[in-house]
Design a protein around this ligand. Structure first.
Ligand code: MRU
Length: 378
């Protein structure tokens, strides 16, 4: 069975509710852009590429199932207003803003034709939104291929292990995944000894989602808490041949500074300290040349209760009771909480940025030139 976080056919969009994973696999119907906005905000769907695709498709379904004006300009204005609204759902991942910008261009140009109708603009939008779902899988397969080859070449043969953070797999994308795509490719090539995945506090994307995908695909894997990463590299790194830490990204700035799930920055520091390669795997839709450096990236802060409470099925010491989902307090009542969802890893700590076109490395002067990778992207 292939893991499918997004199910789309014209007129229908369903998302795998990631709040219920790994214990329950339930699909939620997304009928319009309001449903899409809420699914993203509430993190029922998440991960930079998936957020953009679900947002775009939620509006496609709204257009396909509702009454649409026969005036091209009116449909274009309606789509643009809804895209602006969808972009407000989560601020850090650039994929959504990037998708909205491209989709706006498409509808504006479709509406400009003298003979254009409301239906023609709607069709141009829906075709482009559906194409995003297809292109993302192909991009991820490219990332997987190039990332695995780079790691294999650096390791000079034999099986290697890698550590990853958060969830960057089929659940965070249209399929296959970015950093998890690299792990899937290493495994498919017979080059993967073991994948280590961090729990990824406070939302536990690692223990709930990445672990779920690794078990699902029968990839040899071990779960560690975020606080174990340095000990893992020092104590088990040499025996496990940990060749790299590979993470995804929510926004890569023009200079290579990378915003990703909170905890990524400390992994990059420990990688440097232990002489382990640190790689960012991201499609070009995550690279934002309009943002000069990490200092310009807005970091989303999430509600404190995501840190102070944890949700899961009741456990009686032997079995899980999946019908009894409980929310449990894990912090002292009244404590002040700071809950940034992402951090920024400076480019100087990153050895390579893996895109669907290859691995971008720094120049001899220690600078990433991402403009080349972005040519012909807009
Ligand atoms: O808050 P989330 O779960 O949406 O954060 C996800 C991440 O940080 C991922 O690493 C990133 O979006 C890349 S997904 C291919």
């Amino acid at each position: 069975m292939v893991l499918e976080a997004i199910r789309y056919k014209p007129g229908s969009l369903q998302i795998l509710n990631q709040l219920k994973l790994p214990h329950q696999e339930e699909y939620d119907e997304v009928k319009n852009s309001t449903d899409g906005w809420h699914a993203i905000k509430e993190m029922r769907t998440r991960g930079a590429p998936a957020i953009a695709i679900v947002a775009a498709l939620s509006l496609a379904v709204e257009l396909q199932t509702g009454a649409v004006s026969d005036q091209a300009e009116e449909v274009s204005a309606f789509i643009i207003e809804k895209l602006d609204y969808l972009v407000t759902s989560r601020p850090t991942a650039v994929n959504l803003a990037d998708a909205a910008r491209k989709l706006k261009k498409i509808v504006e140009s479709a509406a400009k034709h003298a003979s254009s109708t409301g239906d023609a603009v709607k069709k141009a939008y829906c075709d482009a939104a559906a194409q995003m779902l297809i292109s993302d899988v192909a991009d991820n397969q490219g990332i997987g291929k190039y990332g695995a080859a780079w790691i294999e070449q650096q390791a000079g043969g034999g099986q290697v292990s890698v550590l990853t953070h958060c969830n960057t797999g089929s659940l965070a994308t249209a399929g296959y995944g970015t950093a998890l795509g690299v792990i899937r490719s290493l495994h498919a090539n017979g080059s993967l000894k073991r994948a280590f995945c961090t729990e990824t506090r406070p939302y536990n994307q690692g223990s709930r989602l990445t672990a779920f995908e690794l078990v699902h695909d029968n990839i040899p894997a071990t779960l560690v808490t975020d606080s174990m990463a340095s000990a893992l590299l020092r104590l088990r790194g040499p025996t496990e041949r940990i060749a790299a830490i590979v993470v995804g990204a929510d926004r890569v700035a023009a200079n290579g500074d990378t915003a990703n799930k909170i905890g990524t920055y400390q992994l990059a520091i420990t990688a440097k300290h232990h002489g382990v390669k640190f790689l960012v795997a991201a499609p070009r839709t995550t690279i934002d040349l309009h943002t000069k450096s990490g200092a310009d990236i807005t970091i989303e802060e999430r509600p404190g209760k995501e840190m102070t409470f944890i949700k899961g099925p009741r456990y009686d010491g032997v079995d899980l009771d999946l019908s009894q989902v409980e929310t449990v307090s894990i912090a002292a009542k009244g404590i002040d909480v700071w809950n940034p969802a992402f951090d920024v890893t400076p480019a100087e700590l990153i050895d390579g940025i893996i895109t669907e076109l290859g691995v971008v490395e720094k120049s001899a002067e220690g600078v990433f030139d991402l403009s080349l990778a972005m040519e012909a992207h807009n």
